[in-house]
Design a protein around this ligand. Structure first.
Ligand code: ZN
Length: 116
């Protein structure tokens, strides 16, 4: 799936890089979860480096996911109606389909605007 397709609303409005920032935050969250798994495999003793690393990874993952959605909701906007398109799609689409809806947008779902 590419967000760089010219017919895609996100790409055609020059906001494709915002999707990559979102994806980068989700990768950070995934790495945080991997870190929790890796560091929790070692004997956990309160105050040990592995315990503090596991906690740091858990906090990173727990912070990166809401940060990613906050970024998507705040940054992805329509230049015509100023609607928060990212938040609109996440809020109104079925849980498992919001990403597909976002990736296949050809116009602003709020006002129908296409390019800036
Ligand atoms: Zn709009």
């Amino acid at each position: 799936m590419s967000v760089a397709r010219s017919r895609n609303w996100v790409a055609s409005t020059g906001q494709g890089w915002k999707i990559y920032v979102f994806l980068s935050l989700m990768v950070v969250a995934a790495l945080g979860l991997v870190g929790v798994i890796v560091f929790s495999q070692q004997p956990v003793v309160t105050g040990s480096p592995s315990a503090s690393h596991a906690v740091a990874c858990a906090l990173t993952a727990a912070g990166a996911v809401p940060a990613a959605f906050l970024w998507l909701g705040v940054s992805l906007r329509c230049s015509k109606c100023n609607a928060s398109v990212g938040w609109h799609v996440v809020r109104t689409s079925p849980a498992g389909e919001w990403w597909v809806m976002l990736a296949t947008l050809v116009e602003c779902p709020v006002c129908g605007g296409r390019r800036t």
